[in-house]
Design a protein around this ligand. Structure first.
Ligand code: SF4
Length: 282
């Protein structure tokens, strides 16, 4: 199979935990690590792109197999001819290694061990840290000591967390993320995560029933970020996303993409309000 920027199937390399993505966000090939091959997540986002998503936690991870897959696949990308056969010309660069699976990676009981194992392989194969290491997370487990050990190991590797931060109120989070989380919990999670490792806010901006977020929603979002910062959160920047790929949840028909100009205008407002850099992926 030749990968394009639209193909993100987790089994495209026929491995259990490792999959390649030719990514517009990465500007090359991103090596994905899926610690949720059981499609389980503790959240249920309306825009989730996981087919067959179930409520639950990630499973135990076969550490030997994980190491073998990362070692062999990354080796083939960096030193072999896999790119030539599978990736369009112009995208033949490995940009990053991203823990981004079919569910929330930090819910696996082996998250920290897996982070350590992968970091060890990366330290060996990429000693100069040319590859960014990313954890894409909803941040909900950041209070757990074991998860914090994994975050600290990620920081040691020079990596970063993309912390899901969609709604500024519990009502909006319930609508978008399918979970009821009080503001204080979001703040605590963000503080704990960002004090351990560089943390970027990842925010989805989408229309529900034809309506994008209104002014009150935007104000709540900004207020929540400010409150987290006042409590000690160190926010590196904001990644503002529009709806891109196919959504597999029942709410899919209620969601629609907002115009790029809308996202760009919101990015400008966030920059002015919070003095943070904002990247837009409409
Ligand atoms: S946190 Fe991620 S994997 Fe979980 S439901 Fe939301 S989008 Fe899907």
């Amino acid at each position: 199979m030749r990968l394009t920027t639209k193909i993100h199937e987790r089994d495209s390399a026929q491995l259990t935990y490792v999959y390649p993505v030719v990514s517009r966000r990465a500007g090359g090939v991103s090596v994905g690590i899926n610690l949720n091959p059981n499609n389980a997540c503790n959240w249920r986002c309306a825009y989730c792109q996981v087919e067959g998503l179930v409520l639950g936690a990630g499973p135990a991870i076969d550490q030997e197999l994980l190491e073998q897959e990362v070692r062999e696949f990354l080796g083939a990308l960096l030193n072999g001819d896999w790119m030539e056969h599978h990736v369009p010309e112009g995208s033949r660069r490995v940009k990053d290694v991203a823990f981004s699976g079919n569910g929330e990676p930090t819910t696996s009981p082996d998250f920290a061990a897996s982070m350590d194992r992968v970091a060890q392989v990366l330290d060996e194969l990429d000693p100069d840290r040319n590859l960014q290491t990313i954890l894409i997370s909803n941040g909900s487990q950041a209070h757990k000591t074991e998860v914090q050990a994994g975050l600290a190991r990620l920081a040691q590797r020079g990596g970063e967390v993309w912390f899901k931060f969609d709604g500024g109120t519990s009502v909006e989070r319930t609508q978008l993320n399918g979970v009821e989380i009080p503001d204080q919990k979001v703040i605590d999670n963000l503080v704990q995560c960002s004090q351990l490792v560089r943390t970027r806010l990842q925010t989805m901006r989408v229309a529900v029933d034809g309506e994008g977020p209104d002014e009150a929603a935007d104000q709540s979002w900004t207020h929540l970020v400010r409150s987290a910062q006042a409590a000690g959160a160190r926010v590196h920047d904001v990644l503002l996303y529009g709806l891109e790929r196919k959504v597999y949840q029942p709410e899919a028909e209620r969601l629609s993409k907002l115009p790029a100009e809308e996202l760009l205008a919101r990015a400008e407002a966030i920059r002015a309000e919070l003095d943070l850099p904002v990247q837009v992926h409409p």
